[in-house]
Design a protein around this ligand. Structure first.
Ligand code: HEM
Length: 192
């Protein structure tokens, strides 16, 4: 099954990303620190979603429109800051076909699972009662696991040869890698 292959073959990239992100979250003390994390996600997801849109439609994923993340990220950034960053950055991720798109989407959808953990960590650290700031990290709320299950079912129903499945896995690993790179580059700039 493609979903099982993805889980197994991206485990290392997931752990590497989770490590840098957890480190950052543990140093969040102000809304400004939190807003920096939101900006990373927005700068990364927004250009990738635009590319994914070219290859994924409701025929492939019947609830695709519900699964887009940029709008809730933009909402949270505006709630915290009042403004959005102007031009989302280049991500290093290049989506060239439906298999690349599925790999990137796997990463963005899976982030809703960690998202509920992140949401709790951030609201505990900042004493936030107001969930208006946390709509992205809470995206599917109590439906997170059922949304994840139905996403995996759609993935597994999508016809893909062994080679095409490899392309999906490669794209997912590349997406994880570039997101981690974006975070570490920002952190290095902050330390200068
Ligand atoms: C603090 C950061 C994070 C934590 C604590 C975390 C935690 C988790 C946990 C507990 C799972 C479920 C693992 C399982 O079912 O065996 C998971 C799954 C997943 N997470 Fe994360 N995560 C984090 C960040 C992210 C981010 C930023 C992304 C992507 C941008 C991501 C992508 C995924 C994916 C794709 C899965 C699905 C794995 C599968 O195929 O079952 N995670 N995460």
């Amino acid at each position: 099954m493609l979903s099982e292959k993805l889980k197994k073959e991206t485990l290392e990239s997931h752990q590497a990303l989770e490590k840098v992100l957890i480190q950052k979250i543990k140093s969040v003390n102000t809304l400004e620190d939190y807003s920096e994390i939101l900006n990373w996600f927005y700068n990364f997801y927004s250009p990738i979603e635009s590319q994914v849109d070219q290859y994924i439609s409701e025929n492939i994923l019947n609830d695709y429109s519900q699964r887009r993340k940029s709008a809730s990220l933009a909402h949270d950034i505006i709630s915290v800051n009042g403004t959005l960053p102007e031009n989302p950055r280049q991500t290093g991720v290049q989506i060239e076909n439906v298999y690349d798109a599925l790999g990137a989407l796997y990463v963005m959808e899976g982030s809703t699972i960690g998202g509920s953990i992140i949401s709790k960590m951030i609201s505990d650290r900042l004493g936030l009662q107001n969930k208006e700031f946390l709509t992205y990290f809470n995206s599917y709320g109590e439906n997170t696991m059922s949304m994840w299950k139905s996403f995996k079912e759609s993935l597994d129903q999508f016809p893909a040869t062994g080679e095409q499945q490899l392309r999906v896995v490669k794209s997912a690993n590349n997406t994880f890698k570039h997101f981690k790179l974006l975070i570490t580059q920002h952190e290095q700039q902050n330390q200068l």
